[in-house]
Design a protein around this ligand. Structure first.
Ligand code: LMR
Length: 396
């Protein structure tokens, strides 16, 4: 049987990492996958994570199964990060969170719930969006439609076009928004624009679905949740897929959450029971370690403050690289105004490099960038900036 199956295409992001690993050139630079690197090009384990692990190792008593939804205190901690500790959603007990394997696991769990338990058939995603969104949602069985987002000429959000295309959303459709640090463009709506979008979704009767993978990488932990919190003012039902891969550096622990917000606590209970039933039929219950680390840090005021600072350090280093990148391109005489790169949020920059230029960068200069022209600024360092910009200057 298996000989009938043809080779699947390489994943546009993770496939690039495989190719990068195989590349034997010493001077290679990986700006593909969204993984934070420090000034020495390493992806460090946060000091707070190390401390939490030390405490867990000393106190852990069992490796018995978790419940289907995972650690209860983890769910509470996630909700505080998303909605704010004093949120009405928390005091009225309208949210439920399941601990899931990473942001992708959260998206898939949410998509399965939407299709199989709510009968939703269509999801709207921004154009462009994360390269894996279409894959996750179509594999779950949803039809994927797209709404306008990016203006390639102004290198900015095309808000009028976005609102115009969202008018086609029908009641009961799922609409995906990036909570902050839009992947791949790095361009987020302003607070005023979030208000317009939130009201529009409520008017249309859509179900908003937030993909929130970069909390803390735009302006700060609280600041970056404002779009979602504005949505929560106008929309009584929400789904949120969050990830702690980036802001805790827990990439390979696969730790995320799927949170649903319902009109009241009773509805939340019955809806959540169906999310749990979906999880049971998929991977049964989640792995414990990553979520135990996150819970330990978020529940301890001192560790929380240290972690907040560690996130700020990562955010500030990326911003510094954005500014240095823009300045170095200018210094190399690369034609065009690249100042937009300094204004974008998070790990990514939508460079405008063409597929041909991206290929040439890979083949001739061992610089790895996703085919869409998305650059992971988090992979830039002061050491690789000169060769990187020399290479870009040659292909442009
Ligand atoms: C990315 O967009 O590079 C990250 O979210 C990693 C991934 O899984 O694609």
């Amino acid at each position: 049987m298996f000989e009938q199956v043809s080779m699947a295409p390489a994943d546009p992001i993770l496939g690039l990492t495989d190719a990068f690993k195989k590349d034997t050139r010493n001077e290679k630079i990986n700006l593909g996958v969204g993984i934070y690197k420090d000034e020495s090009g390493q992806t460090p384990i946060l000091a707070t994570v190390k401390e939490a692990e030390k405490r867990l190792l000393a106190t852990e008593k069992t490796k018995s199964y978790l419940t289907i939804e995972g650690i209860a205190a983890y769910g509470t901690a996630v909700q505080k990060l998303l909605f704010g500790a004093d949120s009405e959603i928390i005091s009225s007990n309208r949210a439920r969170t399941a601990q899931v394997p990473g942001g992708t696991g959260a998206l898939r769990t949410g998509a399965d719930f939407a299709l199989k338990k709510l009968g939703i058939r269509k999801i709207w995603v921004s154009n462009p969006t994360w390269a894996n969104h279409g894959n996750v949602f179509t594999t779950a069985g949803l039809k994927v439609a797209s709404y306008d987002y990016y203006n390639a000429e102004t290198r900015d959000l095309d808000f009028d076009a976005m609102v115009a295309s969202l008018q086609h959303v029908e009641a009961g459709d799922l609409v995906l928004f990036h909570g902050c640090c839009h992947n791949p463009t790095g361009i987020d709506p302003t607070l005023e624009q979030w208000e317009v979008l939130a009201k529009l979704m409520a008017d249309l009767g859509a179900v908003p679905f937030f993909d929130f993978a970069y909390q803390g990488f735009a302006k700060g932990i609280e600041e970056d949740a404002q779009g979602l919190r504005i949505f929560a003012k106008y929309n009584t039902e929400l789904l949120i897929a969050n990830s702690f891969s980036k802001n805790f550096g827990l990439y390979n622990e696969r730790v995320g959450g799927i949170t649903l917000v319902a009109e009241d606590s009773e509805i939340a209970d019955s809806a959540f029971s169906q999310i749990k039933s979906g999880i049971r039929s998929n991977y049964s219950n989640p792995p414990a370690h990553g979520a135990a680390i996150v819970t330990t840090i978020l529940e301890d005021a001192d560790l929380y403050a240290q972690w907040d600072k560690e996130v700020a350090d990562m955010r500030e280093r990326i911003q510094e690289m954005r500014d240095l990148f823009v300045a170095t391109l200018k210094e190399k005489g690369v034609a065009g105004d690249y100042s937009f790169i300094s204004r974008q949020n998070g790990m990514f920059s939508f460079s405008g490099l063409t597929v041909e230029q991206v290929n040439q960068l890979k083949e001739e200069f061992a610089v790895y960038i996703v085919g869409s022209g998305r650059i992971s600024v988090a992979g830039m360092t002061k050491d690789n900036m000169q060769p990187l910009c020399d290479a870009i200057a040659k292909v442009i």
